[in-house]
Design a protein around this ligand. Structure first.
Ligand code: GLA
Length: 395
């Protein structure tokens, strides 16, 4: 007689079991931080080394009173020059003249406003402004930041000699992870070692270029205008997503070097790029026009869309460009950008958005905050010189 057949679990069932219990859900993203591009304010673009606890506190106050917090901004980040030395135990020391109450008290103040607190260091021996860097002190600094209540670290790349970028950033990333506090990690390596290829699990955002400066398209030794930076983002869109973003640098909106039209274009394109929105102006003394740009909720919603797709240039003809970003509900945010010296008509074609041309779609102008009715196949608008028209196109 044959022995009774053994009960065998069919391999497909076994696979389902293993898959259900051991494979993380598809939406699990890295450390769970920065699932949409970080939004906040940083002292550098406007104040450079002139930082103090009064300045930072007043920026936090203005973020709340201006309505920017309400629009989604949350991090208040002190950039370079808050630190002055290390003590005999190697602990980082804040400049007492500028921060007499200490960093912990400042973090507490920012938290009391319902905001989050960010700080700056450097992977080298010294920061770019020649303050002490974190090299050799990564774990000690990460513990200090956690004890102070830091929520965000921008980590620069000056004075790093022959250090390997991936290794150096991984060391600080590990140090932050072991500090016991969730800290958003912003890599400021200027794109030299192509962080988009390796930093997805190291940090939450990475600079892709040298520094931005407050002009339309100028070029300086270490910095450039925003349209120059924009051109360098083309092609990087596949590397961004929830928890890990390309960072084309902080905003210059409101710093005085451009017109309101140009600032609106700069902000629009940063939102199409799903860029971190880190304001870099004087929040306490901003004009209503600048506030209107920085706090436009419908435009910010494009940047913060949960799908987390970075937009890209879909058409370029001379100075006329069309940029588009796919959104979670299937609609598209579209920016018509006029880089020329005269006003121009620019159109977007459905085929550039991935829609069949017969599809009828609603057009909403996000700056005018107006529904413009339905269209199919194409839509055109008059775009001012150095300006944008921005739509949300919903089939
Ligand atoms: C570098 C960074 C800037 C700023 C300065 C501070 O240039 O790229 O964003 O942090 O250092 O010194």
């Amino acid at each position: 007689m044959n022995a009774p057949a053994k009960k065998v679990v069919p391999p497909t069932l076994l696979f389902c079991f293993v898959f259900l219990f051991f494979v993380p859900p598809a939406n699990a993203q890295g450390d769970g931080l920065a699932l949409t591009p970080p939004m906040g304010w940083n002292s550098w673009n406007r104040f450079a080394c002139n930082v103090s606890e009064d300045l930072v506190k007043s920026a936090a106050d203005a973020m709340v009173s201006s309505g920017m917090k309400d629009a989604g901004y949350e991090f208040i980040v002190i950039d370079d020059c808050w630190q002055i030395s290390r003590d005999s135990n190697g602990n980082i020391v804040a400049d007492e003249r500028k921060f007499p109450s200490g960093i912990k008290a400042l973090a507490d103040y920012i938290h009391s406003k319902g905001l989050k607190f960010g700080i700056y260091s450097d992977a080298g021996t010294q920061t770019c402004a020649k303050r002490p860097g974190s090299r050799g002190h990564e774990y000690q600094d990460a513990l200090q930041y956690a004890a102070w209540g830091v929520d965000y670290l921008k980590y620069d790349w000056c004075n790093t000699g022959a250090e390997n970028a991936q290794a150096a950033y991984t060391t600080m990333s590990d140090a932050l992870k072991s500090s016991g506090r969730p800290i958003v990690f912003s890599l400021c390596e200027w794109g030299t070692a192509k962080p988009w290829l390796w930093a997805k699990d190291v940090g939450n955002l990475w600079r892709t270029t040298g520094d931005i400066t407050d002009c339309w398209d100028c070029k300086k030794q270490y910095s450039m205008g925003w349209t120059k930076i924009l051109d360098l983002q083309d092609g990087l869109e596949t590397y961004a997503g929830p928890g890990h973003w390309n960072d084309p640098d902080m905003l210059e909106v409101g710093n005085g070097g451009m017109t309101t039209t140009e600032y609106r274009a700069h902000f629009t394109l940063w939102c199409i790029l799903a860029a971190p929105l880190i304001a870099g102006n004087d929040l306490k003394n901003m004009s209503p026009e600048i506030k209107e740009i920085l706090a436009n909720k419908e435009v910010i919603a494009v940047d913060q869309d949960a799908l987390g797709m970075q937009g890209r240039r879909v058409r370029k003809k001379g100075d006329a460009e069309v940029w588009a970003k796919q959104l979670k509900d299937g609609s598209r945010a579209v920016a018509l950008l006029n880089r020329g010296a005269a006003d121009a008509d620019i159109s977007v074609a459905w085929e550039d958005l991935g829609y069949p041309s017969h599809v009828s779609a609603n057009i909403r102008d996000l700056w005018a905050k107006k529904d413009l009715g339905k269209s199919s196949a194409t839509f055109s608008a008059r775009v001012p010189s150095h300006g944008v028209v921005m739509f949300r196109i919903t089939p």
